[in-house]
Design a protein around this ligand. Structure first.
Ligand SMILES: Cc1cc2nc3c(=O)[nH]c(=O)nc-3n(C[C@H](O)[C@H](O)[C@H](O)COP(=O)(O)OP(=O)(O)OC[C@H]3O[C@@H](n4cnc5c(N)ncnc54)[C@H](O)[C@@H]3O)c2cc1C
Length: 436
């Protein structure tokens, strides 16, 4: 696959702002997991993020709740994800703590985007990660197949960061694509899952509002009567920590490419058009919503799917159906296959029993063609259907922590990711408390 932008010849005067062992680009659930785990291994870690805070979709995308990825008895995403949840809980008010006591194995999914930011930043800084916010990756320099520098744009203009090992945690696989790695996009027709602008509504009357089923019955009727024209077949929403507030994951923007700047901008406008329609629909038609107010709106449209790299291992949905286990497995997942229709209404769901899981292999984090690059985000080497199950925040945090562990091992052993033994990465993760 060709680099997806015009090529430049750089002068050698781009200032180097940092030299490090490991550079993580992107501070979403994946980059957070990568940064914390790599730094815990005692190597020098820098994390560069285009926005002014960590969290990615969890914060700027207003995505909530954490989708369940656990057996009947325990979370499958340890230790970084559970540490994140614990630190968030510590920021709860006394009343919230009383109403929602913390239990690391408990499945309570609540997520507040603002305390998610504080908790992630705490843990990154405590682990010793040097953070550069407001730095957007836009190119890489390579020598003899290896990335030598990642080039960023910031308020100061262009700058570069040198590293031994690079981790792509951009969600979209920007770093891998810029490094010339092979990528694929979407389903067989190249269409990705829809984008969604998430929002929260509060000032709802908890006693007067219908259940989710009731809200959906009203939505269906209004759709039939032509009072609302949105693609989703039903409203997808979730309770929040507070009983006068609900979260909506229900707008749907299809057939736009999140890695095309113009299309992404168009998607933001389209997504917010739907938000306006939904707020009006709720206020005008649903009891209890008469005084409802927009509490919070995503600052970045939610991107479920974009590029996925081709790695030295490629896993498909067969592994979901076979509950496949591997001796180089670095994360476990039992979240369903969950494909929001890339072309219109409807969602395909295929479930797995709670006592079972499949495993993601180390090689899915290792791009075929870049010597010192690892993937620590949703853009790993899976097919469209398996990606739909693996993309949830707890699991992505675990891919990140595995990439962070592998990067630290590469630095210490002076090897490249492709020659690292995945079984040893698994063992090292187990020693840190991973559920493997
Ligand atoms: C609408 C929607 C609903 C979802 N619902 C749920 C849910 O309910 N529960 C759940 O668990 N999961 C859910 N998911 C999935 C989950 O949110 C994502 O798959 C997950 O956040 C991916 O994590 P990531 O770290 O790979 O990428 P992201 O969260 O996208 O983070 C990527 C980070 O990299 C940064 N970045 C990107 N490009 C650059 C660049 N060029 N330079 C510098 N920094 C860059 C971004 O700013 C961001 O901080 C949902 C996703 C969407 C879109």
């Amino acid at each position: 696959m060709m680099k997806n932008q015009i090529s430049y010849t750089f002068q050698n005067n781009i200032p180097i702002i940092a030299e490090t062992d490991v550079l993580v680009v992107g501070g979403g659930p994946g980059g957070f997991g990568a940064g914390v785990m790599a730094a815990k291994q005692g190597v020098k870690v820098v994390l560069a993020e285009r926005y002014g805070a960590p969290g990615g979709m969890a914060t700027f995308g207003e995505v909530t709740p954490f989708m369940p990825n656990h057996t009947e008895k325990q979370s499958m995403d340890k230790p970084v994800f559970t540490a994140w949840r614990k630190r968030m809980w510590e920021y709860f008010s006394s009343q919230e703590k009383e109403e929602h006591p913390f239990n690391s194995e408990e499945l309570a999914p609540y997520l507040s985007k603002d305390i998610a930011i504080l908790a992630m930043e705490d843990l990154l800084l405590e682990a010793g990660v040097k953070i550069f916010y407001h730095h957007t990756l836009f190119d890489v320099k390579k020598e003899n197949g290896k990335i030598t520098e990642a080039i960023f744009h910031s308020k100061s203009g262009l700058c570069a960061i040198r590293a031994k090992i690079f981790i792509d945690a951009t969600g979209d696989g920007d770093l891998a694509a810029l490094a010339g790695c092979e990528v694929e996009t979407g389903n067989d027709e190249g269409l990705c899952q829809p984008m969604t602008t998430c929002f929260k509504i509060d000032h709802i009357d908890p006693a007067g509002k219908p259940s989710w089923e009731g809200i959906n019955a009203i939505y269906k009727k209004c759709k039939e009567e032509g009072k609302i024209d949105c693609l989703r077949q039903s409203i997808l929403g979730f309770n929040t920590l507070h009983n006068d507030s609900l979260h909506f994951n229900t707008t749907r923007v299809v057939k736009k490419n999140a890695t095309d700047g113009v299309e992404l901008s168009e998607a933001e406008i389209e997504g917010r058009k739907e938000v306006r329609k939904f707020i009006a629909f709720l206020r005008e038609n649903v009891p209890g919503f008469e005084n409802a107010r927009l509490q919070s709106l995503a600052h970045h449209i939610g991107v479920r799917e974009s590029r996925r790299i081709r790695g030295i291992v490629y896993q498909t949905s067969e592994d979901f159906f076979n509950r496949a286990k591997y001796d180089d497995g670095i994360a476990r997942i039992n979240y369903p296959i969950d494909i929001h229709n890339p072309a219109g209404g409807g969602t395909v769901m295929k479930y797995m029993e709670r006592s079972q899981w499949y495993e993601i292999r180390y090689g899915t984090l290792v791009p075929l063609k870049s010597e010192n690059l690892l993937m620590g985000c949703r853009a790993i080497s899976l097919d469209h259907a398996l990606h739909s199950s693996a993309r949830i925040m707890p699991a992505v945090c675990s891919f990140g922590q595995a990439a962070g562990m592998a990067a630290a091992m590469c630095v210490k052993e002076n090897v490249v990711p492709a020659s690292l033994d995945g079984k040893k990465v698994r063992e090292a993760l187990k020693n840190e408390g991973a559920f493997l």
